[in-house]
Design a protein around this ligand. Structure first.
Ligand code: ADP
Ligand code: MG
Length: 242
């Protein structure tokens, strides 16, 4: 089943053309890693998936919801899409548990008790049960990011977007976060992951997309893209980072 369909997506900031005719389809349960140089439009692309950016042209369809339809209830669509950012964006004045339960409590779909239990379960999944009542400032970067992942999962999304989730972390913290993401992938979550972690992309991704200059230059299975890149720009990029 197709989860995400992006057709001729364009995004301009004023006269700056940042995304130029992107076409992507993501199937249910697929893990797609997006790589490419800084400024190539990776973050903007992810943000368009979540209607955090207004789209200049083309279509973004998530499940059967057309994000570009002005009549679409964007909040309804967003409930199904979790997003994790480079800098965690936890609420500093809320405890770990409160960070995780805030959005589901506002949604009022489940009882307070059920929401709390689900949050505790998620904390266990990310290995942070003992931090439930702590504040973000007392956590390491890796722990903060795992809380951010648990918070995104608390809405029971069926798609997760990750924007360089490990880029702000000290090297020794990276593994714990990637491990949580790998677990999520193993459970069948549909994931779009912007990352510089080529090891993760090689191991976990079903498909890797290389972006440059607002275009998808090349995409393929990790083995193909990393070992047999077809385009000069892909080769140059991989030479620099591998
Ligand atoms: P990446 O994530 O690949 O590094 P971005 O999507 O962040 O790239 O940025 C792509 C281009 O869009 C850059 O030139 C950046 O300066 C520009 N850009 C991103 N966000 C904005 C914004 N809100 N306003 C103006 N320009 C932006
Ligand atoms: Mg970025």
């Amino acid at each position: 089943m197709t989860k995400v369909k992006v057709e001729h997506l364009k995004k301009n900031f004023g006269s700056l053309e940042v995304l130029k005719d992107l076409n992507v389809e993501v199937q249910e349960g697929e893990v797609v890693c997006i790589i490419g140089p800084s400024g190539s439009g990776k973050s903007t692309f992810l943000r368009c998936m979540n209607a955090l950016e207004e789209i200049t042209g083309g279509k973004v369809i998530i499940d059967d919801f057309d994000l570009t339809d002005p009549k679409q209830d964007i909040n309804k669509v967003r409930e199904n899409i979790g997003m994790v950012f480079q800098n965690f964006n936890l609420f500093p004045h809320l405890t770990v548990l409160e960070n995780i339960t805030l959005a589901p409590r506002e949604l009022k779909k489940d009882s307070t008790e059920a929401i709390k239990n689900r949050a505790l379960e998620l904390l266990e999944t990310v290995g942070l049960s003992e931090k439930a009542n702590d504040y973000p400032k007392s956590l390491s970067g890796g722990q903060k990011q795992r809380v951010a992942i648990a918070r995104a999962l608390a809405m029971n999304p069926d798609i997760m977007l990750f924007d360089e989730p490990t880029s702000a972390l000290d090297p020794e913290m990276v593994g714990d976060v990637l491990e949580v993401m790998q677990k999520l992938a193993d459970q069948g979550m549909t994931m779009l992951v912007v990352t510089h972690e080529m090891g993760f992309a090689k191991e976990v991704a079903d498909r890797v997309i290389f972006m440059d200059g607002g275009y998808i230059v090349e995409e393929g299975k990790p083995e193909q893209l990393f070992n047999h890149p077809q385009h000069e720009r892909t080769k140059n990029f991989l030479e620099k980072i591998l």
